[in-house]
Design a protein around this ligand. Structure first.
Ligand code: AMP
Ligand code: GLY
Length: 420
């Protein structure tokens, strides 16, 4: 089949590589892709906000399956429009994407279907939110309801900090995403990310990962989209995976079905695993970035067949087969990230790094200027290594980073520390 992949990050480079290995694939198109996806897919200039243009392209090029990487086109209803046009698409409908698009929606679903999560309330104005915080005390967590590019969550260590966060969100810091606020209890434990493929009726455990959200070593500094990750997450033992499927993923699918908005695509659960077991922090409705870059290299099945099965209500019944190896990725970011990444510096040595044992270098925010590779975003490269253990994968990833000559970049030097 001909397939169109939407997105431009390291996640999409990893997806393009995995999809390109499928015997079912004829031609892979990517819109807009990046220098890493060249050679794997034909680059297409498409305005993905123009759903009719995407549909017209699919008809002209006989694309029968679209894989959507980022959340924005999902929340905008691209999958709904493609399906109305008879084109299969991987990802949830606009209504089902509320699991990521509205934290209040997800928290209410948890309450109704007894899915373990932090105790919470929803607010549409500052006064009652502050009164709730005063009653609950700190630490406490304040969240903008909508999509805020990963910046809408404030873990407040004092009541004053929580009040300031409430004022900031209702003051318009996140625009419409902050028209509503969720205030919830602070959870303690170890975080892990867990992914399940869903076809509306059934869910299949996919893989687990642990990421590093803070910009600095030792988990310090501001939150980012993710500075590195590894898979599997050691805490996600088979027993814990079974619990998460039973207590979180399956009830969510049941709840969504009962509400008339079945969920299909990839359900990405951010978990806090504490003494009482796993609790849901949040859902995303898509592949994680950079989690995908460490999960897909471990998948031994045909990824295109898996995604197409999820999209068309035909998930296989057998478990996804994963390599027992660890994959670990280190994000090489432009100096100034996350606040003000400096664009335009030249990167050398990527090919040499990519040729090293068990290494894949995914492009995220790069562009070509003639034959020069130029930094063109915040998170620029994802240096990914496989190994028999976290320690081995980490050693290989940093050895590869050290042959890349990029004075304009920086990375964390401790990705994987929690597992070591
Ligand atoms: P989110 O965007 O909802 O995943 O939140 C970003 C980060 O904030 C999470 O990865 C956690 O580290 C932290 N966080 C969110 N909610 C809570 C909570 N209820 N308790 C403790 N930490 C939280
Ligand atoms: N790495 C977190 C995310 O993709 O949302």
């Amino acid at each position: 089949m001909n397939v169109l992949l939407i997105g431009s990050g390291g996640r999409e480079h990893a997806l393009a590589l995995a999809l390109s290995k499928s015997p079912k694939l004829q031609t892979l198109f990517v819109a807009p892709g990046n220098p890493g996806t060249r050679g794997l897919a034909q680059t297409v200039a498409l305005d993905v906000a123009n759903h009719q243009a995407v549909i017209d392209f699919c008809r002209t090029m006989q694309v029968s399956f679209v894989v959507v990487g980022p959340e924005a086109p999902l929340v905008a209803g691209l999958v709904d429009d493609l399906e109305r046009a008879g084109i299969a698409a991987f990802g949830p409908s606009k209504a089902a994407a509320q699991l990521e698009g509205s934290k209040g929606f997800t928290k209410d679903l948890c309450r109704e279907f007894s899915i373990p999560t932090a105790d919470y309330e929803r607010f549409t104005s500052a006064g009652p939110a502050k009164a709730y915080v005063a009653r609950k005390g700190a630490p406490i967590v304040v969240k903008a309801d909508g999509l805020a590019a990963g910046k809408g969550v404030i873990v407040a260590m004092s009541v004053a900090e929580a009040d300031a966060a409430i004022d900031m969100i209702f003051g318009g810091a996140f625009g419409a995403a902050g028209a509503e606020v969720v205030v919830e209890d602070f959870l303690e434990g170890e975080e892990a990310s867990f992914f399940a493929l869903c076809d509306g009726d059934h869910a299949l455990a996919f893989a687990s990962a642990q990421d590093h959200k803070r910009v600095g070593d030792g988990d310090t500094g501001p939150n980012t989209g993710g500075m590195g990750a590894y898979s599997p997450a050691p805490i996600m033992t088979p027993a814990m995976t079974a619990r998460v499927m039973e207590e979180i993923i399956n009830p969510t699918l049941r709840g969504m079905r009962q509400r008339g908005i079945p969920f299909k695509g990839l359900l990405f659960a951010g978990l806090m695993i504490g003494p009482q077991g796993p609790k849901l922090i949040e859902f995303n409705v898509r592949f994680g970035d950079p989690e995908t870059q460490v999960m897909l290299p471990r998948v031994q099945d045909d990824v295109l067949a898996l995604l197409h099965g999820a999209a068309t209500g035909a998930l296989p019944q057998k478990p996804v087969s994963l390599s027992p190896e660890t994959a670990l990725t280190v994000v090489f970011a432009a100096k100034g990230y996350p606040d003000a990444p400096e664009r335009g510096s030249e990167i050398k040595g990527v090919e040499r790094a990519a040729a090293m044992e068990s290494i894949t270098v995914y492009h995220a925010g790069t562009k070509l200027d003639g034959d020069k590779l130029i930094a063109n975003g915040g998170r620029v490269l994802n240096i990914t290594a496989r190994g028999a253990s976290v320690a081995e994968a980490q050693k290989r990833a940093y050895a590869a980073i050290d042959v890349i000559d990029w004075p304009g970049g920086f990375c964390r030097r401790d990705i994987g520390w929690r597992a070591l």
